[in-house]
Design a protein around this ligand. Structure first.
Ligand code: NAD
Ligand code: WQD
Length: 343
């Protein structure tokens, strides 16, 4: 059974990917320092799979700690690298923390992978590398632009490092997945997004408002050049996104990939904030308390993916409607409430 190291595997997307890897017959091994996740994620994964998954509680910026994991685990066939900090606003306040962690962890990982002859890497990138695109939908050939946050710049820098290494005589093969907006949760409602503190992202703010934890959703601006004036995004179900990682690792292990490949992972559909809010209300029957507020600095007005390349080469397809995805997010929120009440 191919062993796959999943850094950040206790996180939102990582935990869902661990489940899909097992379902696809792989043996995932988690590496996580729980800087932005909780041990309960491991319990949720175990509840879904009926067995626990090995987890090494280490910092991926430490080559020493990573070396120890590679030694202990032996035959690692590939790595999926999720471990990073992702809060855009925090990255503006603490840029060094983001460069050290996000770029540092990739550098440390690549060094140890090379030492142990592990040559297959799936990297978590982001549509944020496209900045404010001139044309829509964005393809993988849409120019990468100057990032509008240190967080976005860490993703851009990591892509550049991986591209330079690919251009050298390195044996490393990388697939970089550029995620759009992952939302929702596993249908079991045993794993999902666990934002620490006040959520930055739309969907957890919606579910927490619907649950009465937050007073009201503020929609950041309705004066954009879009059908209803609110921003457009490409919201992709986190389980569909997790499955994209399985097909990416399969492509690498079957030696079909070039030295580095980039894929957009989204639905290919643009959705406005108001449409997302109404989809949540329709899916759950819960009336949401929201108001229109001023624009949020740094917001991209419109972005959504052209997913032709992922569809044709990876065979990637999204399977959930926006309403189904919103309902999965709501069911996860209800599960969280129940767990808190029973704690
Ligand atoms: P997350 O914060 O839920 O998961 C990241 C995990 O990595 C957490 O469990 C955290 O504890 C761990 N981690 C962070 N730094 C670490 C380190 N130095 N050593 C060990 N573990 C470490 O985030 P997520 O939403 O699951 O995102 C996963 C990846 O996808 C990140 O690289 C993120 O930048 C990228 N991404 C996320 C989104 C999104 O909207 N969620 C969109 C595009 C790209
Ligand atoms: C979505 C839309 C907001 C909250 C961010 C990062 C990106 C990536 C995904 C890591 C926007 C609007 C939001 C709210 C609102 N993360 N909104 N009220 O900004 O598209 O992307 O997460 O890679 O790098 O930038 O996601 O969920 O914050 O916002 O109106 O309370 O919802 O203006 O249009 P975003 P988001």
């Amino acid at each position: 059974m191919n062993k796959i190291l999943v850094t950040g595997g206790a996180g939102y997307i990582g935990s869902h990917t661990v489940v899909e890897l097992v379902e696809a017959g792989y043996e995932p091994v988690i590496v996580d320092n729980f800087s932005n996740s909780q041990e309960s994620a491991l319990e949720g994964i175990a509840a879904i799979l009926g067995r626990s998954i090995t987890c090494h509680r280490i910092d991926c910026t430490s080559t020493y700690a990573l070396r120890d994991v590679f030694k202990k685990e032996g035959d690692i066939a590939g790595v999926i690298h999720f471990a990073a900090y992702k809060a855009v606003g925090e990255s503006v306040e603490e840029p060094l923390k983001y460069y050290q962690n996000n770029v540092g962890s990739l550098m440390a990982l690549m060094q140890v992978m090379e030492e142990f002859g592990v040559n297959n890497l799936v990297f978590s990138s982001s549509c944020t590398v496209y900045g404010i695109p001139a044309e829509l939908p964005v393809t993988e050939l849409t120019p990468v632009q100057k990032a509008n946050s240190p967080y976005g710049n860490t993703k851009k820098m990591c892509e550049e490092i991986l591209t330079d290494v690919a251009a050298s005589d390195s044996s490393l093969k990388t697939i970089a997945l550029r995620y759009f907006n992952p939302i929702g949760a596993h249908p079991s409602a045993k794993i999902g997004e666990l934002p620490l503190g006040v959520p930055n992202n739309l969907v957890p703010f919606i579910t927490q408002t619907a649950a009465g934890i937050r007073e009201q959703v503020t929609i950041f601006g309705n004066d954009y050049d879009t059908p209803d004036g609110t921003c457009i995004r490409d919201y992709v179900h986190v389980v569909d996104l997790a499955k994209a990682h399985v097909v990416a690792i399969e492509r690498l292990l079957s030696n079909k990939a070039e030295s580095i490949e980039f894929f957009n992972v989204g639905t290919g559909r643009g959705t406005t904030v108001l449409e997302a809010v109404h989809a949540f209300e329709k899916a759950t029957g819960v009336k949401l308390n929201y108001k229109i507020g001023s624009r949020r600095a740094g917001d991209v007005p419109k972005i959504y993916a052209d997913v032709t390349k992922a569809t044709e080469i990876l065979g990637f397809r999204t399977t959930s409607t926006l309403e189904e995805t919103m309902l999965s997010a709501w069911n996860w929120q209800l599960h969280l409430q129940e767990s808190t009440a029973n704690a």
